[in-house]
Design a protein. Structure first.
Length: 140
């Protein structure tokens, strides 16, 4: 007979990670809504991905799906959407910043251009990385 202590520890860690994930999802969605990140279809994508991830996370917490396999599959899909949304958001933010920086100073190239682009505050080029982090926490 297996010692139940490791299983109880694993269950506790999973609940803690799910709680941390839900906190991050709600916080990120709130921030995006407060800054008005809904001006066009591309800006709505992370909000939709966050909403889907919240629903899937709550579903995992409540286990209200027909089977654990179905809930897990839906949850993993939502986490994959977070990952994809974060990568795509970083690309879009980076491109927008690069376009602006090149207009402001056409002589910028190489590392100077890269550095200027990633340090730009509007839109923050690396901020969508938080979506990737949330997706990875969920997959953990």
């Amino acid at each position: 007979m297996m010692n139940p202590a490791p299983l109880a520890t694993l269950a506790l860690l999973r609940r803690l990670l799910l709680g941390i994930l839900l906190l991050g999802l709600v916080g990120t969605a709130t921030e995006l809504l407060l800054i008005g990140h809904d001006e066009n279809a591309w800006q709505v994508v992370p909000l939709v991905a966050l909403a889907m991830a919240m629903l899937a996370s709550l579903g995992m917490a409540a286990t209200r799906f027909r089977s654990a396999t179905q809930a897990t599959r839906l949850f993993r899909t939502a986490m994959a959407l977070l990952l994809l949304s974060g990568v795509m958001g970083s690309v879009l933010h980076y491109r927008a910043n690069m376009e602006f920086k090149r207009e402001m100073d056409p002589s910028l190239t190489g590392f100077a251009l890269f550095s200027s682009v990633v340090q730009a505050q509007a839109p923050p080029a690396l901020a969508p990385g938080s979506m990737v982090l949330l997706g990875l926490i969920g997959l953990a």
